[in-house]
Design a protein around this ligand. Structure first.
Ligand code: NAD
Ligand code: IPM
Ligand code: MN
Length: 366
């Protein structure tokens, strides 16, 4: 019997709620195929601070190292907001775990099913067929990780903080390759987003991307946009894009924008991949919703589990090679929302259901 060995790190806020729902869906999708799930829970984020005194315990890293993939919820929230910044869950757990496994490529699909067009804030006539684009975000470089990163008191008593945006050619080339491979499997169109009219890192980004595509992927249609223009073009006409790829912080911001034009953060999944293969000979990856712990709705049982389920589907696809089951999960979600089974974030006129009812509706339609 094929066994899928993965780490389950639910984290904080809605993380555990959508994770429980997702594991039930995953079980229902794999069991009839004769596939067994071998997953191990571990604490990460605020809950790990509470239970172990640190946001990313060594024992959690060990669980991840012994697995073929990580299914991750979300971390952070009001309870830990007053800790020193470097000890908070986001900076002490999420960024280090991405770095620890060298997960430099973050793939975030912007998919709005035709049946869900009414949940998008965009005019329905501007997206009659829905939306189908993808953001490739560089995840282990840029201003998130560059040094120095500190706050200092100056001689005159003023206080100054500094973050540093750093990119190397090698880092730009490897994410360009991921964008190219993604574009090849889709329409062949790829748009690189930067701020080359201001930032030195963006000047290097654009030059590197142009040369890399010219040399390695002359068949692809490469375009460039400044990030401010890209932000408004996304709202004006999202389907003019196919693959968007960009540096870490621009990708963070643009992907939330993509999520909302596709209905909700509760619908956007992601895969973070690196250079390592797992014991299956497939990419080791971390799979998590693009959104966060949603403190405004946490504990109420009303969070949308779809982003977490779709993240699990990406895990099946990339880390376990189970494309057919991944497709079935996506189709079941599509059918459920088409039938009007929707959580509050995507309900718009329909009467909203809770997390477990949404998950059950997906299971029924597998
Ligand atoms: P958020 O993504 O948690 O929430 C933004 C909005 O989207 C809220 O209104 C929320 O209710 C809604 N939303 C998000 N996911 C949803 C879902 N599955 N179903 C329904 N609605 C959903 O962003 P925030 O409020 O800025 O951040 C809250 C906390 O989460 C912060 O501590 C932040 O740092 C953290 N965060 C963590 C991750 C992560 O772990 N990957 C990602 C983003 C934010
Ligand atoms: C995301 C999140 C994280 C990021 C935060 C919580 C560190 O917003 O995954 O998009 O900025 O990468
Ligand atoms: Mn984000």
């Amino acid at each position: 019997m094929k066994t899928l060995k993965f780490a389950v790190l639910p984290g904080d806020g809605i993380g555990p709620e959508v994770m429980d729902a997702t594991l039930a869906v995953l079980e229902a999708a794999t069991k009839p195929e004769g596939i067994a799930l071998d997953f191990t829970h571990a604490d990460v984020g605020g809950i790990a601070i509470d239970n172990h005194g640190t946001a990313l315990p060594e024992s959690t890293l060990e669980v991840c190292r012994n697995a073929d993939a990580i299914l991750f919820g979300s971390v952070g929230g009001p309870k830990w907001e007053n800790l020193p910044p470097k000890e908070q869950p986001e900076r002490a757990a999420l960024l280090p775990i991405r770095k620890a496994f060298n997960l430099f490529a973050n793939i975030r699909p912007g998919l709005l099913f035709k049946e869900l067009v009414d949940a998008s804030p965009l005019r329905p006539d501007s997206i009659p067929e829905g939306i189908d684009i993808v953001c490739i975000r560089e995840l282990t470089g840029g201003i998130y990780f560059g040094q120095p990163k500190q706050t200092v008191t100056l001689e005159d008593g003023d206080v100054q903080a500094v973050d540093t945006m750093v990119y190397k050619v090698s880092e730009i080339e490897r994410i360009a390759e991921v964008a190219a491979v993604t574009a090849k499997a889709r329409s062949g169109r790829v748009c690189s987003v930067d701020k080359a009219n201001v930032l030195e890192t963006s000047v290097l980004w654009r030059k590197t991307v142009v040369e890399y595509f010219k040399k390695n992927h002359p068949d692809l249609e490469l375009s460039h946009l400044y990030v401010d223009n890209a932000a408004q073009q996304l709202v004006r006409d999202p389907n003019q894009f196919d693959v968007i790829f960009t540096e870490n912080m621009f990708g963070d911001i643009l992907s939330d924008e993509m999520a909302i034009i596709c209905g909700s953060l509760g619908m956007m999944s992601s895969a973070s991949l690196g250079t390592d293969n797992n014991s299956q000979g497939l990419p080791y990856g971390l799979y998590e919703p693009a959104g966060g712990t949603a403190p405004d709705i946490a504990g109420k049982g009303i969070a949308n589990p779809c982003a977490q389920v779709l993240s699990a589907a990406m895990m099946l696809r990339y880390s376990f090679g189970l494309d057919a089951i991944a497709d079935r999960l996506s189709a079941a979600i599509r059918k459920a929302v088409e039938d009007g089974v929707r959580t509050g974030d995507i309900a718009f006129g329909k009467s909203p259901v809770g997390t477990t009812v949404m998950a059950d509706a997906i299971i029924e339609r597998l």
